[in-house]
Ligand binder design. Structure first.
Ligand SMILES: *Cc1c(COP(=O)(O)O)cnc(C)c1O
Length: 229
């Protein structure tokens, strides 16, 4: 399958999932996840009409960034170390993985230095898996209340990575819980936040995520084919 064929089939599956969820016509942002993928493949995807790309690692983003031209936007979706924020401040339009006050503080400082307000999502460790990053699901409100005063970041939603499972149905309870937390925070009218994005769903579980309310999905292998590490 070519990238163009993969995209065609993913778009059809997004539309069907929206239809099943009674969300026909709503917008779901598709982010093409480029980790380990070559610049040629990214270029090809760009020419198929995808404009937003997600990288996990700062180093890969920094390497690829200057090699791609045109209407392209980068999101940092993987764990971000505080000491690496400075390398991406002029390159990304959203950070999906904010999960500590220290990181929020550094983002505020580095983006402030270039006079840019960056959209951020709070990463939630929805299954409380010890090896995973993210804020505890019971502490999301408290966390948001502790970072909403920074002027150079705009909190605009939540992100999660559901546990790996053979069956995407297994992820449904986690996506449901994310949507509940998302709606609770939205209702609570915290200052300086704009809860509009729920970033969840990857190649194996994006349809379930959309059925449960995702409006950003992050797809890698489903677009580019299997990764070779
Ligand atoms: C790799 C990755 C994805 C995409 O994974 P696929 O299963 O290849 O679609 C999405 N989000 C994050 C945070 C990732 O690390």
């Amino acid at each position: 399958m070519t990238i163009s064929e993969n995209l065609f089939s993913i778009k059809k599956r997004i539309d069907s999932a929206l239809l099943r969820a009674g969300r026909k016509g709503e917008d779901v942002k598709l982010i093409a996840v480029t980790k380990t993928m070559s610049v040629d493949k990214i270029s090809e995807t760009l020419s198929c009409g995808v404009h937003v790309f997600g990288e996990n690692k700062v180093q890969e983003l920094v390497d690829k960034y200057p090699k791609l031209a045109g209407e392209i936007e980068w999101h940092l979706i993987g764990h971000l170390q505080t000491n690496k924020v400075k390398y991406i401040a002029d390159k990304v339009s959203m950070i999906h993985s904010v999960d500590s006050v220290k990181l929020a503080q550094e983002i505020d400082k580095r983006f402030g230095a270039i006079k840019k307000v960056i959209d951020i999502l709070v990463e939630v460790n929805i299954d409380r898996e010890e090896s995973k990053h993210g804020v505890d699901p019971n502490s999301v409100m408290e966390f948001i209340n502790s970072i909403n005063t920074y002027e150079n970041l705009k909190i605009c939603g939540l992100m999660t990575v559901a546990p790996m499972a053979e069956n995407p149905e297994d992820a449904r309870i986690y996506f449901k819980r994310m949507k509940e937390i998302f709606e609770d925070i939205k209702k609570s009218n915290i200052d300086n936040i704009d809860m509009k994005y729920l970033s969840m769903g990857m190649t194996n579980d994006f349809e379930t995520a959309i059925e449960e309310g995702a409006n950003i999905i992050r797809i890698g292998s489903g677009i580019f084919g299997p990764r070779n590490y």
